[in-house]
Design a protein around this ligand. Structure first.
Ligand SMILES: Cc1cc2nc3c(=O)[nH]c(=O)nc-3n(C[C@H](O)[C@H](O)[C@H](O)COP(=O)(O)O)c2cc1C
Length: 243
């Protein structure tokens, strides 16, 4: 018999319930149809767009490209925000969220914008290899890629992106304190600059990530599907790998 305290922990605070012996983790419940009071039961995964058996390597790359194009234009797209990981000079890995700004399926490039003063750029100067990662819990799809990152600062690419950016986005680059600076209080929101105010441009950087391989994992109740999609040598191929 469980004590009332144990039961209140299990049902009231499901995040802690897994520390209880013989209590199933809520995430596992979705696979087995076991119910949990605070987590919605989801039926067997019907993730037909990401049923990789429908595709060959080329058609799957076309599909992924379409997703990335849509992720650039729509903030509602599940892949609009990527997690980018870099390696600091002391060897520590660091991850953070960034907004996708540009995708080119021909050159295999994906880009985000950042501040030249940010620690992530120091990391990329130390090691230009970055890892980009997405997971959509609704689709149950994970994408991971390793990229070689190039920072564009005050060149034609940065200039073009700056002119295409919104003043609300430009506001972040005009702040006097570099990202990561210790402060005595939370700063007020930066003032939105006028369209002809380019003072933030000095800090604005486009980070272009060139990749040649995508690791895609689609979770399905009927069997997970994982592929390594290779874009090397201008030829699209894939290998099915164990999930
Ligand atoms: C949803 C979201 C989107 C973000 N997008 C960006 C972005 O596009 N560029 C950026 O430099 N930081 C972005 N940030 C902030 C970074 O995640 C990070 O906190 C900041 O850039 C400092 O990173 P660093 O110290 O690793 O350089 C975003 C944060 C969130 C939560």
């Amino acid at each position: 018999m469980r004590t009332s305290l144990e039961l209140s922990i299990i049902f009231g605070f499901p995040r802690y319930a897994t520390s209880q012996k013989n209590v199933q983790h809520p995430a596992a419940a979705e696979y087995t149809n076991a119910s949990h009071v605070c987590y919605e039961k989801s039926s067997i995964v019907k993730n037909s767009a990401w049923d990789l058996s429908q595709y060959n390597a080329l058609s799957f790359w076309d599909f992924c490209s379409l997703q990335f194009h849509e992720a650039i234009v729509s903030a509602k797209h599940p892949f609009h925000i990527a997690t980018v990981s870099t390696i600091a000079s002391n060897g520590d890995p660091r991850s953070r969220s960034v907004v996708l700004r540009h995708f080119d399926s021909n050159t295999h490039e994906i880009a985000f914008h950042t501040d030249i003063r940010s620690p992530k750029l120091k990391d990329l100067r130390n090691c230009r290899t970055a890892c980009l990662h997405w997971y959509d819990p609704a689709l149950r799809v994970q994408i991971r890629l390793i990229a070689s990152a190039t920072a564009h600062h005050q060149d034609s690419r940065a200039e073009q992106a700056w002119h295409a950016s919104r003043t609300t986005s430009r506001a972040c680059y005009g702040t006097p304190s570099p990202p990561g600076t210790t402060m005595t209080q939370f700063p007020a929101a930066p003032t939105i600059p006028d369209l002809d105010d380019h003072s933030g441009y000095a800090h604005f950087v486009v980070v272009v990530c060139h990749f040649e391989e995508l690791d895609v994992l689609a979770l399905h109740a009927s069997g997970h599907q994982r592929v390594l999609l290779s874009l090397k040598h201008d030829k699209v191929s894939w290998s099915i790998i164990a999930p």
